[in-house]
Design a protein around this ligand. Structure first.
Ligand SMILES: [Zn+2]
Length: 244
């Protein structure tokens, strides 16, 4: 069996048997892959400690025919995210981003944009960016990369440009203007429109100069999450632990 290698971001791990770890990772070359890291839970094991969530690693693995899982034989830690996970708010947000990535991504399909998005949000979080912005930024680009970002600029019923407030309609894949909206629950206020426009053009490292309350961040989250739940047909489990 030839030994293969890839650059990857660890999404999550699970204990497996007495000494092994099940590792879900997103690789630059192959997208979402699951693997078994043999002996990774042995005491004081450098191999095991490199496999922490959102660490960047170079993984060495081989594949057995007809097996979904690869066997990971070793890893080099490129960049640890260990410090981030001492903060509960950040670790919960990243568990959510990992669940989205795992649930939406086709198995073993290269997705360079998503790989770069994961790298960008990890790096911005390490530089101290507000986690509320990171979570919304990821949701926005995640929807865009998956081709399910609604049109926020034009009413999906009368097709007129939306100038101020509008309301999301998940079924119509976009927003409705005040004249056409009947279900006025998920309101896209003018400041949220501005925030969405900002995220289109900027990196997660730069926060916009907008007056945003904690309720604004939550409301934008509810809008993005309504689209996610509509397409996933279930609520991501990790959303229960996200309180922003
Ligand atoms: Zn309309």
């Amino acid at each position: 069996m030839p030994l293969d290698q890839c650059e990857a971001i660890i999404l999550r791990t699970e204990n497996y048997g007495e000494q092994d770890k099940l590792v879900v990772f997103f690789s630059r070359e192959k997208g979402l892959v699951r693997g078994l890291a043999k002996g990774a839970r042995k005491f004081n094991n450098r191999f095991g400690s490199s496999l922490e969530p959102f660490s960047s690693v170079r993984l060495f693995y081989y594949e057995k025919e007809k097996h979904d899982f690869v066997t990971i034989s070793n890893s080099d830690l490129l960049d640890s995210s260990f410090e981030l996970f001492s903060q509960i708010k950040i670790s919960r947000a990243f568990a959510y981003l990992a669940e989205l990535t795992e649930k939406f991504s086709p198995y073993r399909e290269k997705e360079e944009l998503l790989y770069r998005l994961l790298q960008a949000v990890i790096s911005a979080t390490k530089s101290g960016q507000a986690i509320e912005y990171i979570a919304r930024y990821f949701e926005f680009w995640f929807l865009k990369i998956n081709g399910i970002l609604p049109d926020f600029d034009r009413c999906q019923h009368c097709h007129r440009p939306v100038k101020s407030t509008s309301w999301l309609s998940t079924e119509k894949q976009g927003v409705l203007c005040p004249a056409c909206a009947h279900d006025n629950k998920l309101e896209v206020t003018p400041v949220l429109h501005q925030l969405i426009d900002w995220m289109k053009k900027n990196s997660p490292a730069c926060l916009p100069d907008l007056k945003l309350t904690s309720q604004d961040w939550k409301n934008l989250g509810k809008i993005f999450q309504a689209i996610i739940i509509f397409h996933l047909e279930e609520k991501p489990r990790t959303l229960d632990y996200l309180d922003f």
